[in-house]
Design a protein around this ligand. Structure first.
Ligand code: CIZ
Ligand code: SF4
Length: 321
């Protein structure tokens, strides 16, 4: 692996030269998360990525994740240069909620408070009253419900259904889905539970209802890592992107982590639950983004949109604080 160590060294040198810090999502490949840790950056969920990036003294942020994470970093830190390994790393939730249609949806229900998931474009955030991540979604919807507010939730229908059930709030839901979590298969998971009777099942709420129903713990990425620590089970069947195994295994070195099955009958899946856009954040792409920056790697957000999107984002950060 000469090539990998070549790029790792190159990235370390370029990070220093550019006064840059790496912020990586839990779903990126293990070698990317390891490099972020080794170079003083952070590995976390999108909420913590946003916070870490805006508080850090570096003048350039290298965001290893998908586009909405780079946009969020830029909105919070307009004075910083925000680079991404590729500008083509999308998210099916973001893609499934185009601003024109979303505007029409909101316009049709002017009496509802608009809450959008972090996995959205800057334009959709700009239209929202609140931005949330899955780690604070239930709490925020409960809070708004207690104020008597009716809600529009977008874009993830599974997470929307989950927070609706948890909070009992009046929620009108956009029908988007995450292509990774949508693929977990109920019958295969039931068979796997039978095979591993001592295992706990950990599920991200972007998963279908029937998968959530089989869970011992449901939560955001950081909450699932916490659950792996606090549950007594020696094995964990995990229904979220397998990128999470890197930090989860650090947290529970003595426990066995198993991927929840996605496709196919019977057999457990060894390589399905991984976001193809997260996987675009390779070492070579990171090195190139730091070396060349500019057109192909730098995130820009229109000034008007930025100002409008900053409001609901800051609300999220204050609510989560
Ligand atoms: O599924 C995702 O992309 C997640 C979990 C994003 C986040 O909030 O960290
Ligand atoms: Fe989007 Fe799903 Fe990929 Fe997360 S895992 S970035 S929600 S497509």
């Amino acid at each position: 692996d000469d090539e990998k160590s070549f790029y790792r060294e190159k990235i370390k040198t370029l990070l220093k030269a550019r006064n840059a810090v790496m912020v990586a999502h839990y779903y990126t490949d293990p070698e990317i998360q390891a490099l972020a840790e080794e170079t003083g950056g952070c590995v976390s969920d999108s909420l913590e990525m946003a916070r870490f990036g805006s508080n850090h003294s570096a003048t350039t942020l290298l965001v290893a994740g998908v586009r909405f994470m780079g946009e969020t970093a830029k909105i919070l830190s307009p004075e910083k240069t925000v680079l991404m390994p590729t500008l083509e790393a999308e998210c099916s939730l973001d893609l499934g909620c185009p601003i024109e249609e979303f505007n029409a949806f909101c316009d049709a229900h002017p009496d509802r408070t608009v809450v959008v998931y972090a996995n959205t474009s800057a334009a959709v955030k700009a239209r929202a009253d609140w931005v949330v991540t899955s780690s604070i979604a239930v709490e925020l919807i409960e809070h708004l419900d207690s104020l008597g507010e009716k809600i529009i939730w977008a874009p993830d229908r599974h997470l929307g259904r989950y927070v609706t059930q948890k909070s009992g709030a009046d929620v009108l839901c956009w029908q988007g889905a995450c292509i990774v979590h949508d693929e977990f298969k109920t019958q295969a998971l039931q068979r796997m539970k039978a095979l591993y009777p001592d295992a706990a099942v950990l599920v991200h709420p972007e998963s279908p209802q029937a998968i959530v129903d089989l869970a011992d713990a449901v939560g955001s990425t950081s909450q699932l890592i916490q659950a792996a620590k606090s549950l007594p089970h020696p094995q964990m069947i995990v229904a979220t992107d397998r990128g999470i195994f890197y930090k989860m295994q650090q947290a529970v070195p003595d426990k066995e982590l198993l991927e929840a099955p996605t496709a196919g009958e019977g057999a457990t899946c060894r390589s399905c639950a991984h976001c193809p856009w997260m996987a675009m954040n390779g070492l070579k792409a990171i090195a190139e983004s730091l070396e060349f920056g500019g057109k192909t790697h730098e995130i820009h957000v229109d000034a008007g949109l930025r100002e409008a999107a900053l409001l609901p984002l800051n609300r999220m950060l204050s609510f989560a604080a």
